[in-house]
Design a binder for this molecule. Structure first.
Ligand SMILES: *Cc1c(COP(=O)(O)O)cnc(C)c1O
Length: 423
C-alpha cells in the first residue's frame, strides 16, 4: 500500500478528558438480522455465512455498559464533526480518514414551518464534504479499510455513496472502483472521476450494479462499501442520530428521512435509540420514512402491501430491492413511527419549497421529506402541534436537471436598463 498522505493523518485520536479512548473494544459481535447468530468481528467481513447471497445482513453489537464508562461526563454543546462521537465508532486506534464530515446544523425554518403548518427544523446535511450524508459512512469504512491494510475500495451506488467513497478513498490514498446504474445523473458520475476513481456505468439498474460489484469485489478481494452488506457503513450514520439527539433533544416528535436501501433511517434510529439507552435522551422521536411512490419497497413491506414497481426521478431512493429493509422496518416499529409515499410531482414541488423558504438547495430524494411531512399532516399521522426535523440528505447541485423541471427558463435581456422588467 502506498504511504498515507500527511493530510489523512492530521486528525489523530487524542484521548479526551476522562481518558476516553477510541477503539474497537466496545464491539462485541456482528449479529445476523435474519437468524440471530453472533459472529466474531475478526472472522466475518460482510454478511452471515449461514445464508446465501446478501440476505444475512449483520448488525454491529456494542457493549453499552462499557461504552457508558468510556463516554465523557458531559457531551459537547456543539459538535465539530462526527468524530466527536469517536468512542462510539467501530474503528481501531489510529488516524481516521476525515474531511470534517458531520457536525451539520439543525436549522430553524420558520418560513417553511408556516408553509407546511407544523414546526419544522432542517438538519442540513448538504454541506458534508462530498455533498451528502453518505460521508458519515464513508469516513468509517475508509478508515477501517486503511486499518485492515486494504488497497482497493469499491461500491455500487445510485450516485452519492460512489462519489463519497471516491472522495474518501482519495483522501485516504486508496484506489477506488465504482459501479453506478446507467441512468446516474451526470454530476454524480463526474464527481467520482474528479476524485480519481474508476467509474463503471453498468448497463442496467442499481440492483444490477450491486450484484456485479459484489461478484467482482469478491473475486478480486476489493473492500466493498455497498449499502447494507458492509455492516460498518451504517454505523457512521448513527452519528446523525447522535447529533439530532444533542441538537433537538426531547423537543423533537418526528425525524423525517428519505428511504432507499433503508440504511440511513436505520442508522439514524440506532444512534437516537442508543443515546436514549445511555441516558442522554429521555424520549427518542418517532421516525417517518418517506419513499417515492414509484419505488416503495420498504413502505410496501412495512404496511404489508403488494409490491408496486414503478420509477422515480429521486435517484438516490430509486432502489428496487432494498438491502436494509428489515432494519429500516424494525426502526419504524421500535420508534413508533411509520412510512408514507409521495409522488414525483410532490417531490419536485417540495424541492422548490425548501429552496424558496429557507435557501436550502437539496436533491429530489431529500426534498421528498418535505413532501412527506405534507402527506403525513394530511393523513393525520403528524399533528400540527408536533415538532418535526426533516433531514436534507444531499445537495441539489449534483442534479440540476431535476430542479429544472420545476423552474422557468432564465430570462434573456439586452444590456439596457430599460429592458429590465419591473418584477
Ligand atoms: C443514499 C441516500 C438516501 C437514502 O439512503 P438509504 O440508506 O439508501 O435509505 C437519501 N438521500 C440521499 C441524498 C442519499 O444519498
Amino acid at each position: 500500500m502506498k504511504g498515507p498522505k500527511p493530510s489523512a493523518l492530521q486528525k489523530t485520536f487524542v484521548p479526551r478528558q476522562g481518558g476516553v479512548g477510541y477503539s474497537m473494544d466496545s464491539v462485541v459481535a456482528l449479529a445476523c438480522t435474519r437468524c440471530g447468530r453472533r459472529h466474531d468481528p475478526d472472522s466475518v467481513t460482510y454478511t452471515c455465512p449461514e445464508h446465501d447471497g446478501v440476505t444475512g445482513i449483520l448488525d454491529v453489537v456494542y457493549d453499552y455498559e462499557g461504552l457508558a464508562d468510556r463516554l465523557p461526563d458531559s457531551l459537547p454543546d456543539g459538535v465539530a464533526d462526527m468524530w466527536d462521537f469517536a468512542p462510539l465508532l467501530p474503528v481501531g486506534d489510529g488516524p481516521v480518514v476525515s474531511m470534517g464530515e458531520g457536525g451539520t446544523p439543525l436549522l430553524d425554518a420558520p418560513t417553511l414551518s408556516e408553509a407546511l403548518g407544523v414546526a419544522t427544523l432542517v438538519k442540513d446535511e448538504t454541506g458534508n464534504p462530498t455533498g451528502s450524508t453518505k460521508d458519515r459512512g464513508s469516513s468509517v469504512v475508509v478508515t477501517r479499510a486503511r486499518q485492515e491494510g486494504r488497497d482497493v475500495v469499491t461500491c455500487a451506488s445510485t450516485g452519492n455513496a460512489a462519489a463519497s467513497l471516491a472522495g474518501y478513498a482519495a483522501r485516504g490514498d486508496l484506489d477506488c472502483r465504482i459501479f453506478v446504474p446507467a441512468n446516474v445523473p451526470e454530476g454524480k458520475a463526474v464527481q467520482p472521476l474528479v476524485y480519481g476513481a474508476d467509474v463503471l456505468a453498468v448497463d442496467g439498474d442499481y440492483d444490477d450494479a450491486y450484484d456485479l460489484c459484489r461478484t467482482v469485489a469478491r473475486r478480486r478481494d476489493w473492500y466493498n462499501r455497498s449499502a447494507a452488506m458492509n455492516p460498518y457503513a451504517m454505523e457512521g450514520k448513527r452519528t446523525l442520530g447522535h447529533e439530532l439527539a444533542l441538537q433537538g433533544g426531547d423537543d423533537l416528535d418526528w425525524v423525517v428521512l428519505p428511504v432507499g436501501n433503508g440504511c440511513t433511517l436505520a442508522g439514524t434510529w440506532k444512534g437516537l435509540r442508543e443515546f436514549e439507552r445511555l441516558g442522554l435522551l429521555d424520549d427518542a422521536p418517532a421516525m417517518l420514512g418517506v419513499q417515492a411512490a414509484g419505488s416503495s419497497a420498504v413502505h410496501d413491506r412495512f404496511h404489508d402491501r403488494e409490491p408496486s414497481p414503478g420509477e422515480t426521478t429521486a435517484d438516490s431512493i430509486d432502489v428496487g430491492t432494498p438491502h436494509n429493509a428489515g432494519k429500516a422496518c424494525d426502526a419504524l416499529v421500535e420508534s413508533e413511527g411509520t412510512s408514507v409515499t409521495v409522488t414525483d410531482d410532490a417531490i419536485l414541488d417540495a424541492a422548490k419549497t425548501l429552496g424558496g423558504t429557507e435557501g436550502i438547495y437539496a436533491e429530489p430524494a431529500s426534498a421528498a421529506t418535505v413532501a412527506g411531512v405534507r402527506e403525513a399532516l394530511e393523513r393525520g399521522i403528524v399533528d400540527p402541534s408536533d415538532a418535526v426535523a426533516v433531514v436534507a440528505t444531499g445537495t441539489g447541485f449534483k442534479d440540476v436537471a431535476s430542479a429544472r423541471r420545476r423552474i422557468d427558463d432564465v430570462e434573456s435581456v439586452p444590456a439596457d436598463p430599460a429592458s429590465v422588467p419591473e418584477f
